[in-house]
Design a binder for this molecule. Structure first.
Ligand code: ATP
Ligand code: MG
Length: 416
């Protein structure tokens, strides 16, 4: 058994692991200088006692939206003015009430208790802004997660009309490109007063970002140039996502540490990719609604036990014979619903669930060729079925059985 001091003195490839964490915001964000400068220009009026513009920032995941806005906020907070910012992630602050509560909690300590209504919170915030002639900028990251966004926008816009002194502005951030279409035209026009799009990074931009971080995070020459290029190429092929690229680099470092290597080559990046991909799949699966999990479970179970039509598929271009017919997966799904005591949904819903799973890259689907009677969809599971099956079993057995009982209780109440 090693001692702690032995463990701690074990050499590591990392110089500063922290800089590779997804929460770290570097001081310099290459390729985003232009966006940062524009946002600075748009919020600068707040520093000379005018209202800043509302800004809506959107772009695909991992394109540096959060990092850039936080960078601007940091600079902004360094200026000593009655201007201030309040950042929140709307995954957590996902309603008008929670957003208002967060603002009061950050700035008005005596309100740090639950139990106030929306109207009271609103009044207190207005009094606080007006009392100090403040210029408040609220950053709503992942703003599409706010359930009653129209109401929130209405309240925040109205605040500016009600305020005698000071003002309130909003920076909304989202990676759901079409989400603003569901907004009420009035909230859309106030949220999207000024818009900015973040484009995905190109392979060479990702290379530069990875190089910057690897120099900060690892010892000198610890990472092969070709390993960086490989990680950048993999991430660029996915979606130009810097978060994914950095995750590959971090995982490659961890793999190197596990094998006591002081060097990262292509091999560690390749291994990291497999690891990171199944981690990401596990994260996606864990947040899937029950029904989609059950369909995915059925497809994985059937992939393991083998399709009835395996011979037919083997003759077609499905070399590994892993395709399943949609109908047999539905039968397996029916059995899974029984086993996990869930309500079975109609085949119309089932087809929707398949589409959801395909969108998330958890399965792939093709139309059956001439070898099969009629037209059926063929399904293939995108990740090792054994792992997926075990993961979903765990979700149901350890995390969700209680939920099923609650649902039943809800159902009985409804009837009363
Ligand atoms: N230009 C850049 N230079 C250095 N690091 C960057 C750059 N852009 C993004 N990153 C890093 O990539 C990761 C993801 O960036 P960020 O969180 O800003 O993405 P995002 O656009 O907000 O994505 P999402 O829509 O998923 O929230 C972070 O760790 C961030 O530090
Ligand atoms: Mg973000």
């Amino acid at each position: 058994m090693p001692t702690f001091s032995q463990i701690l003195s074990k050499p590591s490839i990392f110089k500063d692991r922290n800089v590779l964490s997804p929460h770290y915001v570097p001081d310099i964000l290459p390729f985003r200088e232009e966006q940062i400068e524009k946002i600075m220009n748009w919020v600068a009026p707040a520093l000379k006692n005018e209202r800043a513009r509302n800004i809506f920032v959107y772009g695909k995941t991992g394109t540096g939206k959060t990092a850039s806005v936080r960078h601007v906020m940091k600079k902004f907070e360094e200026e000593k003015q009655p201007a201030c910012t309040c950042y929140m992630n709307c995954r957590i602050y996902n309603s008008r009430y929670r957003v208002l509560q967060k603002i009061t909690k950050d700035f008005i300590p005596e309100m740090d208790k639950a139990g106030f209504g929306v109207a009271t919170l609103y009044e207190k915030i207005l009094a606080w802004i007006s009392g100090g002639s403040r210029r408040l900028i609220i950053v709503l990251d992942e703003v599409d997660m706010v359930g009653d966004l129209d109401e929130l926008m209405y309240t925040l816009t109205r605040a500016n009309d009600d305020l005698k002194h000071g003002s309130l502005s909003i920076i909304g951030i989202s990676n759901k490109l079409d989400f603003k279409n569901v907004l009420d035209p009035r909230s859309r026009s106030s949220l999207c007063e000024t818009e900015m799009v973040f484009a995905p990074y190109t392979p060479s931009q990702l290379q530069a970002i990875l190089l910057q971080r690897s120099q900060m995070g690892f010892g000198q020459d610890a990472v092969d140039e070709s390993a960086i290029n490989l990680a950048a190429a993999i991430a660029a092929q996915e979606t130009g996502d810097a978060r994914y690229a950095l995750r590959l680099l971090l995982k490659a470092g961890e793999i190197a540490d596990e094998h006591s290597l002081m060097h990262i080559s292509d091999k560690e990046v390749e291994d990291a990719r497999k690891n990171v991909d199944s981690d990401i799949a596990a994260e996606i699966i864990a947040t899937l609604p029950d029904q989609q999990q059950l369909v995915l479970y059925a497809a994985s179970a059937l992939s393991l036990s083998g399709s009835k039509y395996a011979k037919l598929f083997a003759a077609s271009d499905d070399e590994d014979g892993r395709f399943l017919a949609s109908g047999e997966v539905y039968e397996e799904y029916t059995r899974a619903c029984k086993a996990f005591k869930r309500k079975k949904r109609s085949s119309r819903w089932y087809r929707e669930y398949l589409n959801d799973l395909e969108m998330l890259g958890l399965i792939t689907m093709v139309e059956s060729g001439p070898g099969m009677r009629g037209h059926t969809r063929l399904i293939k599971v995108g990740y090792p079925p054994l792992q997926i099956k075990a993961l979903i079993e765990k979700n149901f057995v350890h995390g969700k059985v209680m939920a099923a009982e609650d649902e039943d209780a809800g159902g009985t109440q409804e009837k009363l």
